[in-house]
Design a protein around this ligand. Structure first.
Ligand SMILES: Cc1cc2nc3c(=O)[nH]c(=O)nc-3n(C[C@H](O)[C@H](O)[C@H](O)COP(=O)(O)OP(=O)(O)OC[C@H]3O[C@@H](n4cnc5c(N)ncnc54)[C@H](O)[C@@H]3O)c2cc1C
Length: 518
């Protein structure tokens, strides 16, 4: 175990080598640096709480330094502190860290993140017009404020540092790196300009650096979204929401500019199965139905014959289906009709349709439509399977957004990965066959579920890890955590904490960050 205590102004020192025998010549001692001597601290802007947290003084490695006071006196105040590394700073990473810090009074948690800024999909996935969802950032910031927690941004684990190197440096490593890829459609024409993944589109309007240059062409009348989950509805809503309303959200300036020029008047949201199997939830559906300036186009025949099944459905689905039926059967009211005349934007749900082929424009240069297989259901309820009827339908559209799911990838060849399920195989968060390695969040259970689901699942992983610590399953003996990793990263030319690229300015302020990056 590494031994950690306090010295000076809230800094940390850690006895590393030779602690059993006292501070012998040549032993290495970590001492803290007072805030004033960190060259980049003065660059920290005021007002961004988690910047101050990211920039707080951390231990320095001073080769050969001796203890400034007697070993016996020092030894009596030492605490055994497990060093734990969390990979990924989304909800899973933060909730796991929260649990560990709360339930182990000495645990030191370092959160490594490939982006310069924390919070994963809460920042780069959750729609900008859902600020109430983003409030969890306040809870994460509280965790981040803990003097036993540090954020190591701008470090891609698996590329800048390997998982085995982290395991050497820490008592335990928790993999919470989410699901960064998207599932492909696997149909001809998928590579045509004008076909993009919802993941990239969401990243673009939320300012994810790798999607900043996406530049979707919205110079078309009709967009078609493949998939009927909440992400599909988020994307449809962003495409159709009047830009004067989007202006009030934290959508990026670049996305707003493009959306202001958008010609998209109609959005189809297409699903392989029927209304009983649609994956979106009622809150998102209601938002679509009440979207100012847009009208739903729902076909009442899609719901005929479902009355009995709707009555028997579990309550949340029953309410959702009742709302769909009410909306489909509702005659356009006078007010609605007027609104429709003024604002011709529409959106609709197409059920029992599966993409067969993306149709190219005459010059082959971009998407002009999509051929859909008409499907029918075999079986019933959640497990019903869609099978082709043999009929096809061509829908003209200038933009195809595939929203058929996110996907995790293996992070490092040493880490077990189940390519079929797209998860790290685990038992209650313990990675199978890899002692000292844990996982939480989407990479643990697959890319489904909301932040609350991720929270529960991450607490369970934290619990398993603490149980292993208590039962002595994890390695004993000193582990120096970031003090080992920092020189490795420096030697490889990486500036951790995002400082290498930003000079530490405005971390957390997406707008300023984007301006600086362009
Ligand atoms: C578009 C979209 C909208 C959503 N909207 C909502 C909503 O409104 N409400 C709700 O409750 N839930 C919503 N969710 C679900 C919610 O975002 C997830 O449940 C949650 O984010 C999963 O958490 P996670 O930590 O597992 O993954 P993520 O949030 O993806 O976090 C993973 C983190 O790991 C980092 N990372 C990846 N690879 C590496 C690496 N090699 N090294 C270091 N770091 C790495 C990533 O940059 C990221 O910060 C939404 C999801 C999506 C996709």
């Amino acid at each position: 175990m590494a031994l950690r205590g306090r010295c000076g102004r809230g800094g940390t020192w850690v006895v590393t080598q030779g602690w059993r025998g006292g501070a012998s010549r040549g032993s290495r001692v970590l001492v803290s640096q007072p805030a004033g001597v960190w060259p980049w601290l003065s660059m920290a802007p005021q007002g961004w709480g988690y910047w101050r947290w990211a920039a707080r003084p951390r231990a320095l490695l001073l080769p050969g330094a001796a203890f400034p006071f007697g070993f016996r006196q020092l030894f009596s105040t030492l605490e055994l502190a497990p060093h734990i590394c969390v990979v990924g700073s989304g909800p899973a990473g933060f909730y796991t860290a929260q649990h560990l810090l709360k339930h182990h009074p000495q645990a030191q948690v370092d959160i490594y993140e490939k982006q310069l800024v924390p919070f994963g999909l809460v920042r780069f996935g959750v729609a900008p017009d859902h600020p109430e969802v983003k409030n969890v950032i306040n809870t994460f910031t509280q965790t981040a404020y803990s003097p036993r927690c540090a954020f190591r941004g701008n470090v891609t684990v698996g590329r800048d540092v390997s998982v085995s190197e982290l395991q050497e440096a820490y008592h335990a490593v928790v993999l919470s790196y989410g699901a960064e890829d998207h599932r492909t459609l696997g149909i001809p024409g998928e590579e045509l300009p004008g076909v993009i993944s919802a993941r990239d589109f969401v990243g673009w309007y939320n300012g994810l650096p790798e999607n900043r240059k996406l530049a979707p062409n919205l110079n078309c009348d009709t967009a078609l979204i493949l998939g009927q989950g909440n992400v599909a509805l988020d994307v449809a809503r962003i495409l159709l929401t009047p830009t004067e309303l989007l202006e009030k959200t934290d959508i990026t300036a670049e996305a707003l500019k493009v959306l202001k020029q958008s010609q998209v008047q109609r959005v189809w949201i297409v699903g392989r199965r029927g209304p009983l199997q649609a994956a979106f939830t009622i809150k998102e559906l209601r938002e679509m139905i009440n979207l100012p300036g847009s009208q739903p186009l729902l076909d009442p025949t899609d719901f005929s014959g479902l009355e009995e099944l709707i009555k028997e459905a579990p309550r949340p689905r029953k309410r959702l289906l009742e709302l769909l039926v009410r909306t489909a059967l509702k005659p356009p009211e006078a007010k609605g009709a007027d609104r429709r005349a003024e604002t011709p934007r529409t959106w609709g749900l197409r059920f029992l349709r599966s993409p067969q082929k993306v149709l190219a424009s005459p010059d082959g240069g971009r998407v002009a439509g999509i051929r859909l297989d008409v499907m029918r259901l075999e079986g019933s309820g959640e497990n019903a399977q869609a099978v082709p009827t043999g009929a096809v339908e061509d829908v003209p559209c200038g933009l195809v957004l595939s929203s058929v799911g996110y996907k995790s990838h293996p992070i490092d060849p040493t880490v077990p990965f189940d390519p079929k399920l797209g998860i790290i195989p685990n038992s209650e968060g313990r990675v199978l066959g890899a002692p000292g390695l844990y996982c939480s969040g989407w990479v643990k259970r697959g890319p489904t579920g909301v932040i609350a689901t991720t929270m529960n699942d991450s607490f369970l992983t934290g619990q398993a890890l603490l149980q292993d610590l208590e039962e002595g399953v994890l390695p004993l003996g000193p582990k120096l955590g970031y003090a080992i990793i920092e020189p490795l990263l420096k030697n490889r030319g990486h500036g951790a904490n995002g400082l290498g690229r930003t000079g530490g300015k405005s971390i957390g302020n997406k707008g300023e960050w984007e301006r600086r990056e362009t």
